[in-house]
Design a protein around this ligand. Structure first.
Ligand code: UDP
Length: 283
């Protein structure tokens, strides 16, 4: 088991896998079924006050360090790792899906952007089996039908871009137990559609992707405040805790029972007019 050999550390009580060998880990998760969380500072802070989100992250099969803040916190503990942006994992997985014939479903984003993202990827990989595109602004009564379809269909790869924490809670609620890899992809469909740009490489190298995003979407300023608060919490925890002993061999922990279906219901995707740009901040 590739994943079982992977080292795990913690940031503010949340697990993060260190340098998993992603292509083989992903294939293992497609085979055995798994939820992948891409952790950043904002989600970490949200999980401190939002118990269902915290539980979902703690139960996830793979948690990768998506945000610069999380990488910084792990390096402070003496861990050697590099940042693994969720969008890059998603792109790698689509390449594998095209090569291996995985059936792919996308959920989330505005319909026009989702369609544009699909055209982009079909252009790159004509053989990609994009079986279903479900935009993220469905009327509430459509969701149960779509969810039942997905459980029946059991696709190998499901990307959910509904924003955090909604996408994580929705995955926890809908994912069938035994099949396929489910990944929360945030705003990746918007990027692939060409509507939102990723930061230039030099800003990514300087760990300033979050700042570039703020420049593009200034309405996110309130969410960005989570970053200094996160830094404060990490430093406080560090002041009170020894530096060593932060890594553990991963015993793949999956609860014997349980999903948090009832809590996921607290964050059902909301209906919004697809022709109207959504507010990007939390509901
Ligand atoms: N979104 C959606 N349905 C909603 C709310 C949001 O499909 O009811 C989509 C939105 O269009 C965007 C993504 O969720 O594509 C949120 O992206 P964001 O980058 O804000 O994700 P986060 O940073 O919260 O993970």
């Amino acid at each position: 088991m590739v994943l079982a050999e992977c080292l795990k550390a913690e940031v503010l009580g949340l697990p993060v896998h260190l340098n998993p060998h992603l292509p083989s880990t992903a294939e293992e998760l497609v085979r055995c079924g798994g939820h992948v969380v891409t952790l950043n500072a904002e989600m970490t802070m949200a999980a401190r006050s939002h118990k269902p989100l915290r539980r979902v992250i703690q139960r996830a099969d793979l948690v990768i360090p998506d945000g610069a803040g999380v990488v910084w916190a792990l390096r402070l503990q003496g861990n050697r790792l590099r940042r693994q942006p969720g969008i890059e994992l998603a792109e790698m997985l689509l390449g594998h899906a095209a090569a291996l014939g995985w059936r792919v479903v996308w959920v989330g984003a505005r319909d026009d952007r989702l369609q544009a993202a699909a055209r982009f990827w079909k252009g790159r990989h004509p053989q990609l089996r994009l079986e279903r595109l479900i935009h993220g602004y469905q009327p509430p009564d459509h969701w149960p039908i779509l969810e039942a379809d997905l459980r029946r269909q059991q696709p190998e790869l499901v990307f959910v871009g509904l924003g955090a924490p909604r996408q994580e809670l929705w995955i926890e609620k809908v994912r069938p137990r035994s099949h396929g890899l489910w990944l929360g992809v945030g705003g990746s469909f918007d990027v692939w559609s060409g509507s939102v740009q990723r930061a230039p490489a030099f800003m990514q190298a300087l760990q300033l992707e979050w700042f570039y995003r703020l420049l593009q979407e200034p309405q996110r300023w309130r969410r960005t405040l989570a970053l200094p608060v996160f830094v404060g919490h990490v430093l406080m925890e560090l002041a009170g805790a020894p530096l060593s002993g932060t890594q553990w061999k991963l015993a793949r922990q999956r609860p014997a029972t349980g999903r948090t279906g009832e809590s996921a219901a607290e964050y059902p995707p909301v209906e919004r007019r697809a022709d109207k740009p959504p507010a990007v901040g939390p509901e």
